[in-house]
Design a protein around this ligand. Sequence first.
Ligand SMILES: Cc1cc2nc3c(=O)[nH]c(=O)nc-3n(C[C@H](O)[C@H](O)[C@H](O)COP(=O)(O)OP(=O)(O)OC[C@H]3O[C@@H](n4cnc5c(N)ncnc54)[C@H](O)[C@@H]3O)c2cc1C
Length: 392
Amino acid sequence: MMLALLLARAGVDVTVLEKHADFLRDFRGDTIHPSTLELVEELGFLEELEQLPQQVVTRLRADVGGEWLTVADLSALHGRHRSIHMMPQWDFLELLARKAAESPTFHLETCAEVVDLWKDGRRTVGVVYRKDGETRRLRADLTVACDGRGSILRDRIGARPVDLGAPMDVLWFRVPRLDSDPDEPFGIIRPGRMLVLIDRGSYWQAGYLIPKGDRERVRDSGLERFRALLAEMAPFLGDGRLDAIESWDQVRMLSVQVNQLMRWFYPGLLFLGDAAHAMSPIGGVGINLALQDAVAAADVLIEPLRAHRVRTVDLARVQARRWYPAALTQAVQLVIQRRVIRRVLGGVVVRPPFWLPRILALRPVKAAVARTLGFGIRPEHWRRAREAAAAS
Ligand SMILES: Cc1cc2nc3c(=O)[nH]c(=O)nc-3n(C[C@H](O)[C@H](O)[C@H](O)COP(=O)(O)OP(=O)(O)OC[C@H]3O[C@@H](n4cnc5c(N)ncnc54)[C@H](O)[C@@H]3O)c2cc1C
């Protein structure tokens, strides 16, 4: 949607095919990082974004075996954007779609499920999709596969991402929240268990980490036991409100994947976002990286698209710009997965070494952590001047 918005603003004819009727889904991550806030400001609709319901978070803390650790403090950042905004992804997508629709060259087709690539020899010249029970074709100078971690277009071209491994899956569910509860998101780490609680106003969006593939074992032990485990970890939830989890249908599993395609491009076809590189949920950076890919792709491809001459080398330039921010971020996530999550879920008693809180509280360290989390590696920018130049 971000790529479509940028291309449409530059006068490129663009069609987004979305298989669902709308963007309303289960929880899929809520994090809008400072890099995205800066980007939205550059695009001129920050005020509209700020009007949407959201929670503003400046600190990320964890209770590690009874000791509180401030993992990141975004107030150490310089500049206007010094917080993470937690907002349901559907609200953000709807805003992007609304802004994109201001350009006459933007088209959004919902209930349109892409089922295959349309090929002419080795080159992709569009897609085959299903809508209203009919099979249709859409021809395009460039097909961008932003179809997520289960990308069907990846299968159709025969590309397989390199699996970097993840020791955990995450069970996501909601728990009612009271005004007297803590008012910031936090994690709780106990031997064998990890719980993340994200403040969503009237409810907590909760994520319970389990060893990969353990869902059936957790389910077999029963809901009663599950609720008891949660109340043991977060005693303030043990006032009866966990009864709101009435069935396992309310507990959705995210099968965590960390992977990357060796090659993001083929003649006439480009993979971006999760389809090119599924991220671990650590740091909640998947949305922001997908957005940064979109900005880089628009920057590189606007001119070739306007000339109706997209060469494979142009697509290679997009990958050259974006693969290493994704790979380096994944490398950090893999270290945290191995050194912390795998050990915790394996039952090891993890305690932060006595020097860690002191090191994390040092000003330069605090700023470096905040910058890495808030802006990531190689944040992309969309200057108004660039937009004006592209539109002229
Ligand atoms: C439970 C969960 C929690 C997460 N938490 C976070 C978080 O806190 N922070 C964070 O940054 N990231 C989080 N993520 C990851 C984040 O959602 C993704 O990294 C991000 O959405 C990737 O964007 P994308 O556009 O590449 O893919 P997606 O957001 O997956 O979008 C793919 C789109 O393509 C559509 N589609 C798929 N196949 C087809 C088809 N054949 N035809 C037409 N349309 C199709 C889908 O309906 C979807 O709208 C979470 C993910 C999950 C599942």
